[in-house]
Design a protein around this ligand. Structure first.
Ligand SMILES: Nc1nc2c(ncn2[C@@H]2O[C@H](COP(=O)(O)OP(=O)(O)OP(=O)(O)O)[C@@H](O)[C@H]2O)c(=O)[nH]1
Ligand SMILES: [Mg+2]
Length: 421
């Protein structure tokens, strides 16, 4: 059953980047991503401040009326609600009343696939709910499923703070174990160094579509928010035959709940350990400038702002005004224009990637002792071997390899002809 949802947007006078209408559009998308139907939007002035209900009495009455008249089943607010706000508002509306953060957590709970992802989302949900426990929401939310009740919400746990705290402790421990396993895997991969190129960007920018186009992967793509949650990595060969790994991960959004980013730091490790970031931007969206700033903000929280980055302007097939394209082309910096779904200018993008990684890759021409087949195997695993020949004095190897491997090859190289460029 699709729930009928009323969206209440708090209209701050000093909204600089995000207007109330922007917020309303985004909130409607979030409701849809939860499987709800956003039937009505109500704008509520933030002034004067109303401690008990956040919005003033007139608005509470207006919303109560709409809920009754339109058989609304849920009200969602564009700002975080405190426990007592939620309690008082639910008493007035007599339907489940949630906020943007709960909605986002709910979407993540629906999408999480990996064990780690599920644990992270459940932890974030419980931590968010704990201080808000005493609402009517527990009773309301147990009345037959729906948005905001997925995961831990359906269990009796919710009424028992101590048991929730115990569950949080257990989740933290389980997560530590899972994270340790992931760490070991990552270290193992670093041992076989192949440059990692990480796709980042606002949700719905086209990251998964681009990963599929570049690597032949079959990541789910969809028009909607937060389609991808778990990171996926695919190895492939660049046109210059260099091996790279492309990884796709969760999309970002403006004002993502802080604890969600905390929860996802392990998943976002792919981004933090990347050699190069491709920041995918949907230029067909009129808000793309703001989206870029929001993504930069999250990258800042992950300490990734100074990583080499290519700005990938995606969905150029949807730009019909040549002036728009020209304006994008004129942008300075490391940019490239593509259409992932129409496979436009993927070569241009790959060239950029090659160029950026060139610094990480060097050409070696060395003669190794015959006993060091292990190094030859490494060169095959991590790089591109151009020549391997057996000479009386050892193994002659010409290859394009990561700089750090070259550093291991040159000290053991024999003969005066050993060079590393
Ligand atoms: N017209 C057009 N549509 C595109 C292009 N690239 C992606 N799309 C569409 O944009 C929507 C979102 O694409 P995804 O690849 O799922 O986006 P994403 O960035 O992975 O999104 P999340 O996983 O939610 O963060 C889908 O409907 C795609 O078909 C493009 O170049 N042109
Ligand atoms: Mg995706």
């Amino acid at each position: 059953m699709v729930e009928k949802v009323l969206v209440a947007v708090i209209d701050f006078k000093d909204r600089s980047a995000w207007s109330a209408a922007d917020m309303a559009g985004e909130m409607q998308e979030l409701v849809r991503a939860c499987g709800g139907d956003p039937v009505t939007v109500v704008y509520c002035p933030a002034d004067p401040p109303t401690p008990a209900t956040l919005i003033h009495k007139g608005k509470v009455e207006e919303i109560s009326g709409l809920v009754r008249d339109q058989s609304i089943q849920m009200v969602v607010f564009s700002e975080e609600l405190k426990g007592h706000h939620q309690r008082n508002l639910e008493e007035a509306f007599l339907v489940k009343t949630l906020d943007r953060t709960t909605l986002i957590l709910d979407i993540f709970a629906r999408r999480a696939k990996s064990q780690e992802g599920k644990l992270q989302v459940e932890l974030a949900q419980l931590e968010y709910r704990l201080p808000r426990l005493a609402g009517n929401y527990e009773q309301l939310s147990r009345q037959g499923g729906g948005i905001g009740t997925l995961g831990p919400g359906e269990t009796k746990l919710e009424s028992d703070r101590r048991r929730i705290e115990q569950r949080i402790d257990r989740l933290r421990k389980e997560l530590q174990d899972v994270t340790r396993v992931r760490e070991v895997k990552r270290k193992r991969r670093e041992g076989r160094y192949v440059p990692l190129v990480s796709l980042v960007g606002y949700t719905n920018a086209g990251k998964s579509t681009l990963l599929n186009a570049l690597t032949g992967a079959d990541q789910l793509t969809r028009n909607g928010l937060f389609t991808t949650l778990d990171s996926v990595a695919r190895q492939c060969l660049l046109p210059n035959r260099q091996k790279v790994v492309f990884s796709d991960t969760v999309g970002f959004m403006h004002a993502l709940p802080h604890r969600l980013i905390e929860a996802f730091k392990a998943t976002l490790e792919e981004v933090r350990s990347a050699d190069l970031l491709l920041h995918v931007i949907d230029v067909s969206n009129p808000h793309y400038h703001k989206f870029k700033l929001s993504v930069d903000e999250v990258l800042g929280q992950l300490d990734c702002l100074d990583k080499p980055t290519v700005l990938v302007f995606n969905k150029i097939d949807l730009l019909h005004d040549p002036a728009d394209l020209e304006a994008l082309r004129a942008r300075s910096g490391n940019t490239v224009l593509v259409s992932a779904s129409e496979r436009m200018n993927l070569e241009g993008l790959l060239e950029k990637v090659e160029l950026q990684l060139a610094d990480l890759i060097v050409t070696v021409d060395v003669v190794l002792p015959a006993t060091r087949m292990d190094l030859v195997s490494l060169a095959y695993a991590q790089g591109d071997v151009v020549l391997e020949e057996y000479l009386p004095e050892g193994i002659h190897l010409q290859a394009h390899v990561p700089r750090h491997l070259a550093g291991r090859l040159s000290p053991v190289a024999t003969g005066s002809g050993a060079t590393v460029e």
